[in-house]
Design a protein around this ligand. Structure first.
Ligand code: PAF
Length: 269
């Protein structure tokens, strides 16, 4: 699809994905469909956003099923670049978004957001979208990409889309397939804990440490869950809030079930 960018008329909504599509991705496609005359989806498991000990090799893939789902959803184009097309020999240019990339996931997954920002910019260059759709589940990714678009004056609108959840509250993710039946049954504890924090916040609690502690204590009741971090941070900068919450905040967490890291979050205020 290189060169395709110059040929499309009207507005184009792009949904960047790594494939193994679920209802969360399809909700992004539906939203893009509503807001644009053309919709493109990219499928690319981007090697540069995986660390050396991460799951790049075993990341779930099912191209045939993905294409069938996208056909059914009525997308106009699917962009399926090969790693060699994206990163040919001699490749050496990367995008680094500074502060907002450093914390939380950035601290635990060095180089991750550099890989994300680089590939998303390349996807934008290949498709020239009017709007690009990202889920709120990857809350830090969303903020990193918003920063990149603002700082580099990119002519694209980032559209944040709500988290899509399973009936029991587990946020949809391609990585949920890694969970054993026992882990899967335990995983909704994340959302239950976040909801209780929301109820406490709505009831007037503004002490950041107390809200973090509430979430920690609820998740600690689940023996299969191992907390990686619980963060209550400024909604834009993602700087941790100490003391009293004054503006909008992001309450986010990563919890491990065995080898699998599950992310979830809610926005408060
Ligand atoms: O969220 C994802 O699936 C990926 O990080 C993205 C945005 C497609 C970049 O590879």
């Amino acid at each position: 699809m290189h060169g395709w960018r110059r040929e499309h008329a009207g507005d184009l909504g792009l949904v960047p994905t790594m494939g193994y599509l679920h209802d969360g991705h399809l909700a992004l496609v539906r939203r893009a469909r509503e807001e644009n005359s053309l919709v493109a989806v990219s499928i690319f498991v981007n090697p540069t956003q995986f660390g050396p000990n991460e799951d790049f090799e075993r990341y779930p893939r099912d191209e045939e099923r993905d294409l069938a789902l996208l056909r059914e959803a009525g997308v106009d184009a699917v962009y399926l670049p090969s790693p060699a097309a994206m990163y040919p020999p001699g490749y050496q240019t990367y995008v680094t978004v500074e502060d907002v990339s450093q914390r939380l996931e950035g601290e635990r997954r060095p180089g991750h957001f550099r890989g994300v920002a680089t590939i998303v910019l390349k996807l934008f260059n290949a498709t020239s979208p009017t709007r690009a759709y990202f889920g709120r589940k990857d809350a830090q990714q969303l903020r990193v990409l918003q920063r990149m678009v603002q700082d580099l004056d990119l002519p694209v609108e980032i559209v944040p889309c709500d988290i899509v959840r399973e009936a029991d509250g587990l946020a949809m993710s391609s990585r949920n397939v890694y969970l054993s039946p026992e882990q899967r049954a335990a995983a909704p504890v994340l959302y239950r804990a976040l909801q209780q924090a929301r109820a406490r916040f709505d009831g007037g609690e503004r002490d950041a440490a107390k809200l973090r502690e509430l979430v920690r204590s609820l998740i600690a009741l689940e023996p299969l869950a191992e907390i990686d971090y619980i963060s209550l941070a400024d909604d834009r900068s993602l700087e941790e809030v100490e003391g009293i919450i004054e503006g909008p905040v992001l309450l986010s967490l990563v919890v491990r079930f065995g080898q699998t890291r599950l992310l979830d979050n809610i926005e408060l205020g």
